[in-house]
Design a protein around this ligand. Structure first.
Ligand code: GCO
Length: 451
């Protein structure tokens, strides 16, 4: 019997994604200012093996060849992020023209290669001088971000029609200002929730600026929506799961799509809840032309008296027949479909894209440096199949971006985890496409996934 082919809509966008700090390098070249990550990686014992993004994949210098490689593996779109301090070294004020020119060249190279550019304004590399003024917890950050967004739109919005303001504001707020395991390394729940509120308001500010420019493209928000499963049907586990859902999902989805914050959750937060000014919520509602969903894994959630301010403990969940990625994340392909259908059913059925999906795989190169990453192919195939099912059930999903195009700097884990379709030898900076790159090229060509 012929195997079912999982086909995607004709106009479905097939892409790959990376982020500025994780691949560019040139951390202090051509007038670039310091980001909080440039500073954070120099602090003792923050990054595994003392790795930094100082060079990373050296994409800043190797960009033309990287775009050629993207074309060779058949990408129809490339989602990149812009380094705020490369463009505004002080965060506000004088523009570094050489910084903007890099992205100008990147966009032109992509268009020449027939690859749709998608640009995200912020992927965590906040300008250090502005962090020294209080960072995202400072309400001035809204206007700082607006000034940055204007400078970028003025230069690129004539050729880039697919934008996102923030990548994973939850990570920026709660790992950067809450857990303190990401830059700027602050451990303060009140600052984390205030940062989350200002990240959302800055998103709305950038959207307002973009829309007033009548550029005609689309601008959205990208959220990390991993799937949460109650550890049991006990009240305490169900309530703990709701609290984790509220912090990771409701806190961002509700104001944008429902015009409200999760009130019960704010009562739980008590003094940690963000200071909100009159009119703030009205500014947030309806500010996403599409929702970007970053999805990797599922977790079971249990009540835990010692589980931080949420009093919750997460345990990675792997579906039957699956295991865990090199990040220790539970593989549960059905979790992607569950997250997409949750948005369809509870958040007014918006336009969506899967803006990140991929896995850190074992990746052992052969004598030629080639990686036959069948485990990554199995991961991607299974997630695309559940995504196709969601689309068949009515989800308005317009595209899918594999994280990541290149092996790169995996934040506090340094270069120890490999997510790329293309291997990077960090001794020589040689790029070598993995088997998954060739598999994905066929998926793109066929607009379909074979089981
Ligand atoms: C994220 C970030 C990426 C990560 C990737 C793998 O989702 O955390 O957007 O920068 O590198 O997800 O962890």
């Amino acid at each position: 019997m012929e195997k079912k082919l999982y086909t995607f809509p004709d106009n479905f966008i097939w892409g790959g994604i990376a982020s500025a700090y994780q691949i560019e390098g040139a951390w202090n070249e051509d007038g670039k200012g310091e980001s909080i990550w440039d500073h954070y990686v120099r602090l003792p014992d923050r990054i595994l093996n003392g790795d930094t993004g100082n060079t990373a994949c050296d994409h800043y210098h190797q960009m033309p060849d990287d775009v050629k490689l993207m074309k060779e593996i058949g990408l129809k779109s490339y989602s990149f992020t812009l380094s705020w301090p490369r463009i505004l070294p002080e965060g506000i004020g004088e523009i570094n023209q050489k910084g903007l020119d890099f992205y100008d060249r990147l966009v032109d190279r992509l268009l020449e290669a027939g690859i749709l550019p998608k640009a995200t304004l912020y992927h965590w590399d906040f300008p250090l001088p502005l962090q020294e003024k209080g960072g995202w917890p400072n309400r001035d950050s809204i206007d700082w971000f607006g000034e940055y967004a204007s400078a970028v739109f003025n230069k690129l919005a004539d050729r880039v029609n697919l934008w996102a303001t923030h990548n994973e504001p939850w990570v920026a707020a709660f790992l950067g200002y809450g857990a303190g395991i990401h830059a700027p390394g602050i451990n303060d729940a009140t600052q984390a929730y205030q940062a989350a509120h200002h990240l959302l308001l800055s998103h709305a500010k950038a959207v307002e600026i973009y829309r007033s420019g009548n550029y005609g493209g689309e601008i959205g928000l990208i959220l990390n929506l991993n799937h949460l499963i109650p550890g049991s049907d006990s009240d305490e586990d169900l309530e703990a799961t709701q609290r984790v859902y509220d912090e990771t999902h409701s806190l961002f989805l509700d104001p944008i799509f429902l015009g409200k914050y999760p009130e019960e959750f704010f009562k739980w937060l008590g003094p940690n809840q963000p200071q909100i000014e009159a009119g703030d919520l009205e500014k947030l509602t309806g500010t996403a032309d599409y929702l970007g969903i970053n999805h990797y894994n599922s977790d079971k959630v249990y009540y835990d008296h010692f589980g931080g301010w949420l009093k919750a403990r997460l345990e990675p969940y792997a579906a039957p027949g699956w295991g865990f990625t090199q990040m220790g994340w539970g593989i549960n392909p059905a979790g992607l479909k569950a997250e997409v259908m949750n948005i369809v059913e509870n958040y007014s059925h918006p336009k969506m894209m899967v803006t990140e999906n991929g896995c850190a795989a074992v990746d052992i190169p052969d004598e030629n440096g080639f990686v036959n990453d069948l485990d990554r192919i199995r991961f991607l195939r299974a997630h695309l199949i559940t995504l196709q099912e969601a689309i068949e059930e009515g989800a308005n999903v317009r595209g899918y971006y594999v994280w990541s195009v290149l092996d790169n700097f995996e934040w506090e884990r340094g270069y120890s985890k490999k997510f790329g379709l293309i291997r990077v030898d960090f001794q020589t900076l040689e790029r070598i496409p993995k088997q998954s790159a060739y598999w994905y090229r066929d998926v793109i060509k066929n607009h379909a996934v074979q089981p």
